[in-house]
Design a protein around this ligand. Structure first.
Ligand code: AMP
Length: 368
């Protein structure tokens, strides 16, 4: 029996959440609705998740004593971000079940390991190569061609730690500016659209996928999502099948997101996996108001050892608009849009690129 199959929480029990951002906040709110408590661990005293829980630990992820005290207070530990340091997960896993399991982080924290894992499952990705020097970069470019995208293997998010390389670029300069010795080169994918699948897997191995979501980015940050994606039923089934295969191969418990590119194929559009996020995901925020069970509730149910919900979408189309940076200044306008539901994360000052809130819209509004 693995740690995750032993967990069976009951109302009143406490879940420990590593990370205090908006994802942790929305996880804690979903847990509260099910009668479960959360304790949030974050080094940032201004964590938005602290506002919605009674007990919080404000300490560094390397603070072993604080981690031990935190573990004592909770029945199970989960996380809202994938870059949980391995040492932190190890200290906690020695005391409480950490779900999703620590070994998942080893696969998803490293783009090369993740791509190898996905490819071995027979699932398509962009062509890629390991790059550890400018010489290796030249070899990889000769193999993969240009344009291509270079990405740091670790700690990249929202387009950080990556650059497009085009014909005529100074490869040495690109390599130096990346500031790492550990990267991958990917073929540039001429995608028709970007989609994601939010999947939940229970401790007993059931998988439930939400409707496939279509995503639009601005400046590498998610701006707008719609569910369902404007793709054929067959392609949507293929995308959900891929997410299920990945979740099962990882023996995953909880919610994960699989980001995919839709690309033209010989027999119509097909999909390539871009990346896996071992957590609830921004492209699943529409489920808060647009489905009978949200991604946050699914995650809480899974890690609690409870049955998953069978999500049913409310309405023909559900959209989610992120309020990024100064977009938040228009929250007052959104409050009076018919059918819109406004979510504000309680963060301080808006900064460019900072996710401050989001708005969901169920269209057309359901008539009673
Ligand atoms: P990532 O950090 O890998 O999720 O990439 C962020 C965004 O960059 C993606 O959502 C795409 O819009 C774009 N992108 C990443 N990899 C590629 C690629 N190989 N080809 C084309 N666009 C990409």
């Amino acid at each position: 029996m693995t740690a995750s199959t032993r967990v069976k929480l009951k109302p009143g029990d406490t879940i420990g959440i590593l990370g205090g951002g908006q994802l942790g906040r929305m996880l804690a709110m979903a847990a509260a609705r099910l009668g479960l408590r959360c304790q949030v661990f974050s080094p940032d005293p201004d964590s938005p998740a602290f506002d919605v829980v009674q007990h919080a630990t404000c300490a560094e992820y390397a603070d072993v004593e604080a981690l031990e005290l935190f573990a004592n207070d909770v029945q199970v530990v989960t996380y809202e971000f994938e870059n949980v340091p391995a040492a932190t997960a190890m200290v906690l896993a020695a005391r409480r079940p950490v779900i999703p399991a620590q070994k998942i982080l080893e696969t998803t924290q490293d783009r090369l390991i993740e791509k190898d894992f996905v490819s071995k499952l027979g699932i398509g990705t962009a062509a890629y190569a390991d790059v550890t020097s400018v010489g290796a970069l030249r070899t990889a470019i000769a193999k993969i061609g240009l344009p291509a995208v270079i990405k740091t293997r670790r700690f990249g998010y929202d387009g950080k730690g990556q650059a497009i390389i085009r014909e005529g670029d100074d490869f040495e300069q690109v390599w130096e500016s990346l500031g790492t010795k550990s990267a991958i080169l990917e073929a540039f994918v001429p995608f028709e659209r970007e989609i994601s699948v939010i999947a939940a897997r229970s401790a007993t191995g059931e998988v439930e996928c939400f409707d496939v979501t279509e995503n639009e980015h601005r400046d590498h940050i998610l701006k707008f999502s719609r569910a369902p994606a404007a793709i054929s039923d067959a392609l949507a089934a293929e995308a959900r099948g891929i997410a299920e295969k990945i979740a099962t191969a990882l023996d995953y418990v909880g919610v994960l997101a699989v980001e995919l590119f839709v690309v033209p194929g010989k027999n119509g559009p097909t999909v390539l996996v871009n990346e896996i996020a071992p957590r609830v995901h921004n492209s699943g925020h529409w489920t808060l108001d647009g489905a009978s069970v949200s991604q946050f509730e699914q995650h809480i149910r899974a890690i609690a050892g409870w049955p998953l919900g069978k999500p049913v979408r409310h309405g023909e189309l559900v959209t989610m608009t992120n309020l990024i940076g100064d977009d938040i200044l228009s929250y007052g306008d959104w409050l009076s849009v018919p059918g819109a539901t406004v979510h504000l994360y309680g963060k301080g000052a808006p900064r460019p690129g900072r996710k401050m809130g989001h708005v969901t819209e169920v269209r057309p509004p359901i008539k009673s």
